[in-house]
Design a protein around this ligand. Structure first.
Ligand code: ADP
Length: 298
């Protein structure tokens, strides 16, 4: 069983020939809505691979909130601990895609910004019998910190995907069992150190035990103490890299919850990430268990 404390967003995507100038109105060509948010994406990623997932978070009392709850439920995520915020609207991401596929994104966190330490404490039941806590940084840090503390004290494995990246206190990093940043996040967490090895050592000195750095088309790097291991990426045809990191994190956490070794878990992450980049969209691109198992066999 997995507990996820995280965000749920509705992605609102317009396509336009180019990005508008300030003050300009452009006529676009299409509008689509997609369920998203790193928390929800990772919850769906793990649930689709067969995990029992309990999610803690907030959506508004609006139609986007209804839609987001329905989509994660369809994949089997337990939404008992997701609150309907009485004041704030559901989080949205306003995405403009130009003809070249370049995007600009503005996120209004809405209800995600109200997920509190109190929310987590009142959801203590969600942690009962759980194997792994998986968190990201799209909800307030106090909620993340409270969840990590609760899990750590209960002997639940703590996995943190530090996205979007922000500097984190050492007290938090010390309670994290597995930290999964991408290269960009690794640099930011290490206070701007761009050399990979130096950044890893910097974080280890702050108490991070196990680092799993996702390297995009280069795969993933495992770092424990002095040991380093690179798992090369699976060669695939890239269609859309959106949610590759979410696929990796969800699959990695699921595999740990099933008692797999960190190396095996990273293989699951690598496979799920590779499959996700071959398909468009965030949640629609996340693979099933059968697909990942098939992939790992080949
Ligand atoms: P993020 O999406 O957070 O930036 P990455 O780009 O590092 O994260 O991708 C996460 C994981 O997805 C990688 O570690 C890898 O397993 C897989 N992946 C990403 N891009 C590719 C690719 N081009 N080919 C194969 N696998 C990929």
């Amino acid at each position: 069983t997995l507990v996820i404390v995280g965000s749920l967003n509705m992605d609102l995507v317009v396509r336009a020939p180019r990005h508008p100038q300030p003050g300009e109105t452009l006529i676009g060509s299409s509008f689509q809505t997609f369920p998203g948010g790193k928390g929800a994406n990772q919850a769906v990623a793990a649930a689709r691979l067969g995990a029992k997932v309990r999610m803690i978070g907030r959506v508004g009392q609006d139609a986007f909130g209804d839609a987001l709850l329905a989509t994660v439920q369809r994949d089997g995520v337990d939404t008992t601990f997701i609150r309907r915020d009485p004041q704030a609207p559901t989080g949205v991401a306003l995405i403009t895609l130009d003809a070249k596929g370049q995007n600009t994104i503005v996120v209004a966190s809405g209800a995600n910004g109200n997920v509190s330490a109190e929310d987590v404490r009142q959801s203590a039941q969600a942690f009962e019998g759980a194997d792994v806590l998986l968190v990201q940084l799209e909800c307030p840090l106090e909620a993340v910190q409270t969840a990590v503390q609760l899990a750590h004290q209960a002997g639940i494995i703590v996995v943190l995907n530090p996205a979007p990246a922000q500097p984190l206190p050492a007290e938090l990093l010390q309670m994290v069992d597995y930290l999964i940043p991408n290269q960009h996040e690794l640099t930011l967490l290490a206070g701007g150190i761009s050399d990979r090895e130096q950044a890893i050592r910097h974080l280890q000195a702050q108490g991070v035990r196990y680092l799993v750095v996702t390297l995009g088309e280069e795969g993933a790097l495992l770092a424990l103490g002095e040991d380093r291991l690179i798992l090369p990426a699976y060669p695939v045809e890239v269609v859309d890299t959106v949610a590759a990191g979410d696929a990796f994190a969800g699959a990695f956490a699921l595999a740990l919850a099933e008692g797999k070794t960190p190396l095996d878990a990273a293989c699951w992450g690598n496979a799920a990430g590779a499959i996700a980049v071959t398909r468009p969209g965030a949640q629609p691109s996340l693979p099933t268990r059968q697909e990942v198992e098939q992939f790992l066999k080949e």
